[in-house]
Design a protein around this ligand. Sequence first.
Ligand code: PMP
Length: 310
Amino acid sequence: MSDRPEMFEGVDELWLDGEFVDFEDARIHVLTHALHYGTGVFEGVRCYETERGPAIFRWEDHLERFYDSGKVYDIDIPFEPAELTAATEELIRREGLQSCYIRPIAFYGYGPLGLNPSKAPIKTAIGVWPWGAYLGEEALEEGVDVAVSSWRKYSSSQIPTNAKTTGTYVNSVLASLEAKGNGYTEAIVLNKEGNVAEGPGENIFLVRDGEIYTTGLAESILDGITRQTAIELAEERGYEVHDEATISRGELYTADELFFTGTAAEVTPIRSVDDNVIGEGTKGPVTDEIQTAFFDLVESGDREEWFRYV
Ligand code: PMP
């Protein structure tokens, strides 16, 4: 098909409901429940090229979050974790990929419409494809210019923020569109209380006087797996990490350093917020240390419990 997005150009197959299917055949009905009401859950995972071959980073943690996200919506994923693992590994092998992004998704499919999804079948799919630096290679070195969004993050009292739900990403899309429309690379969203929550697809870290702060789970954030990784790497390097922090908007402007973490964004420095230069306006030393530790880790695949070698 000539109109295939460039990012999917080399993809031959996807996995759908227990079968490997040709890319063009992985189709669903327009009356799919999740298309109308956003009733799906998903994950984003990276597989890195290491000396021991392709290695999926923190797969078990992502799987656990996937099933947990499903629980919230009574999406009882009809495959065992071992089946999803085998399918993903087989897909990576079939596609011949050394490194890739992995997108598992489970959603209410084509059934009766209406807000009670219980009669709709649960569909499960997995796709893998190569995906470079999410905010650009240059961003990893130079940092990104971000703006605080006028859209607030929905509160965890309205929609669970610890579940990765397809429908709720309209909040992230609004924030991203606004930021890009105003000439920024990415947004930061504040929560209902007006404190910092996170990025549209990233958690946020702040460095002040040599200590590290990241917003707590009660601030209406997703409990990012890269966030957990960065906390651990920082603590191992002797940093004091405040991982239940409440961060005000003003504290962003006066931070020594700021950086985003996420599976897609990895560890990306932030060089300005609302046109206020952060620190020296480039990647700061603490950010550099955590980023280097992160890439050393994922490129070596050297921590048995965090890697699944394909
Ligand atoms: N917050 C949001 C809203 C996200 O979509 C993501 C990406 N999954 C993150 C944070 C970072 O989470 P992780 O490190 O697990 O990718």
